[in-house]
Every structure is written in C-alpha cells, then in structure tokens.
Design a protein around this ligand. Structure first.
Ligand code: GLY
Length: 367
C-alpha cells in the first residue's frame, strides 16, 4: 500500500488518518499543533436538519448521510462525547417564527417533517428556555458531540492505528507536473509520498495551486460558559434560536458546560475575539436562556471555518494524480467527519468520491 500524508490534524484530518491507517495504509499526519484550530473551537452540532437552508439541499443530503454514520463511527472510536438528546429550535419575534415556519415547510417539502411547538411546549421540554421564546421546532435526530472529547479520542485512535505524527507546518504539496511527490514543510524538508490528503481547513487553499481560491476563512467566535450552583440548570438538548433574525446556539456539555456560538464574519485569517462578538452572543443567548447570565464565562475563542463558494465540502481528487482534498467543510466539519473519512478511504481504494462534494465541480464551471 502506498504511503499517504494527511495535512491537517483537525477533526477531518484525524478521522481520515485514523480510518486509512486502520485499513492498512502507512499514514503520516502533518500539523504543527494537532487537535487545535477550528475543531478545537467548534460547538459540535451534528445538525443537518436544523442548519438547513433553502437552496442547499445537496449539503443537507451529505449531512444526513454523515449523521447516519455517526453512531457507528462513535462506537468504533470509543467514548467521544456523542450526545443523543436531540435539538430544539426557538424563535423569539414574529419574523423569527415566520422564518422557522418557512424552514419547517421547506423541510416538509423535502420529506423531512419536523415537529412545530409553541413556546409553552418548548419550555416543557427544556425549562431553561425563557418567556421571550414564542415557538419553535423539535428535531430529535439532530445530535451533538463534545468537540474536545472527540479530538482526544481521535488522536488516541490514530496513534493506536499506527499513524505517524509530524508536528511541523506544511508549506506546499509538491508534484512533478503529473503526480504528487510529497509535502514540503515550512523548514524546507520534503516528506516523500505519492498520495497527499489536504485536510488543512481554512489554510487548505494555500497548499497547492489546484486548491487556490476554493477555500476561504470564515471566522466564528464562541463562548464557553459553566453552570454555577444556584443558577438555573442548562438545557439537555442543543438549543438553536433566532433572535430578531440573528442565529445563536447553545450546545450542552457534560458537567454543566455550555458552548454558545457563533458569530460569522469574513476578515481573513484574523482570530481576534471581539468585544462586539462576545456582547452579541451573550445578549442573544440570554434572550433565549435567561439563566445563563448567572453562569461563569470560562472561555472565549475564535476559529476559522473553511468556506467554499457553494458551501459544499471538497472531497475528492483534483490536480495532479495523488492529490486528494478533504476540506471546505464550512459550518459542518464535525458532522461530516464520518462521511469524509469513509469517502477518503474509498478514494484510496480507487472508488469514486461523493459526487456532490467533487472538488472538480469548480474547474468544470470555469472551463
Ligand atoms: N456549525 C456551527 C458553526 O459553524 O458555528
């Protein structure tokens, strides 16, 4: 079996490296800081239905297909913080309720019925939801995962499967014009391999000309809160909400933690947490879950989602022979990890990748 280098040890790179090594490939994983980046910051929603947008039906299909793989993926991995309590979506103003009604109608049109609930019914399910919430949806099949527990589990599984970790920055994928020959590190060292999987998130576009312009950084800020004795208990389900048109979510963690997210701005590779971002998230979270004002604010962080022109990921071969992309997962890296790892394993075996994620779709348009 051919040597495989995976660039990027976030959730996607780790999942691909683990699955490939477990299937017998000799795998080297290159990342200066494994398990950091956007994966470290993620809320961890596995929520294709509640994050669905009209016009993004193919992304919804990919997300649903990956969500179906999550229980098996988690069972193979061992304890990784998968939460199966489900998701509720809450609306505050009448415009927000109209938007959720439109989402429910859109999903019903796709054959995915979701249950509509009044504010009172939502509060019965999740007493942490406050009186400003007037209605919403219940989506039990949308799950969540503790991103940091997942990263720890993936790093252990990859090491057990024999993945060799090189803690260095990759500068470029190198090729001879026809085939990939390896990866050049920032210090000039070249690691030789005939197959390279680029899973470097928002940085992927800088690693080979074939990916240039296909991936851009989309910043997201999050807050980590912790329940304190005497404060109202956190929700058990993920709570996603629209507050006067602004989306906000709260994803529970074991032990009373809550991840509140996320802003969405395009400011290049900047990961500053802004005062305005923290203010907006706290204000909107408190409208939906009033008790969070009493929680401890334990962390603020920003990550860079890897955005693509059509919000669908890039999973497949492109450019010289041996170059594989596993990137561009946007808001859905955690969700799409099982599908991406299975797809990369298939590509290594010579099978076609998922058509809706084929990175050559942009080359075909520009020809
Ligand atoms: N999937 C949630 C986010 O990207 O903020």
């Amino acid at each position: 079996m051919q040597q495989v280098i995976v660039i990027g040890a976030g959730v996607i790179g780790l999942s691909c490296a683990w699955r490939a090594a477990a299937a017998g490939w000799p795998v080297t994983l290159v990342d200066p800081a494994p398990g950091s980046g956007a994966s470290w910051v993620a809320g961890g929603m596995l929520a294709p239905v509640t994050e669905a947008w009209p016009g993004e039906e193919r992304l919804l299909d990919l997300g649903v297909a990956s969500l179906e793989r999550w229980p098996g993926f988690a069972a193979d991995l061992g304890p990784c913080g998968l939460r199966t309590e489900g998701t509720v979506v809450a609306a505050t103003g009448s415009g927000d309720r109209a938007e959720l009604d439109a989402l429910a109608a859109h999903l019903a049109g796709l054959g995915r019925d979701v249950e509509r609930l009044s504010g009172r019914e939502l509060r019965r399910l999740e007493p942490a939801i406050g009186p400003d919430v007037r209605g919403g949806l219940c989506v039990p099949e949308d799950l969540a995962v503790d991103n940091r527990a997942l990263l720890a589990a993936l790093r252990s599984a990859a090491a057990r499967a024999g993945v060799r970790s090189v803690e260095a920055a990759a500068a470029a994928v190198v090729d001879d014009g026809e085939r990939v020959t390896g990866v050049r590190l920032a210090d000039g060292t070249v690691l030789a391999a005939p197959v390279v999987v680029v899973a470097a998130g928002a940085h992927s576009g800088t690693l080979h000309p074939a990916l240039d312009g296909l991936v851009r950084p989309v910043k997201g800020e999050i807050l980590r809160l912790a329940h304190r004795p005497g404060a109202f208990p956190p929700p058990r389900r993920t709570v996603r909400a629209l507050v006067d048109g602004r989306p906000v979510y709260a994803v529970p963690r074991d032990g009373g933690g809550l991840v509140i997210g996320a802003t969405q701005t395009e400011t290049g590779f900047d990961t500053t947490v802004t005062a305005g971002g923290v203010r907006d998230l706290l204000r909107d979270a408190e409208r939906v879950l009033p008790g969070v004002a009493e929680y401890a604010l334990v962390e603020t962080a920003a990550g860079l989602r890897p955005g693509t022109p059509d919000n669908r990921p890039l999973i497949g071969a492109l450019g010289p022979e041996g170059l594989l992309a596993a990137t561009g997962h946007g808001r859905n890296g955690m969700l799409l990890a099982p599908l991406t790892a299975d797809a990369v394993l298939g590509l290594l075996r010579g099978e076609p990748g998922p058509a809706d994620a084929d990175p050559r779709r942009f080359q075909e348009v520009s020809r």
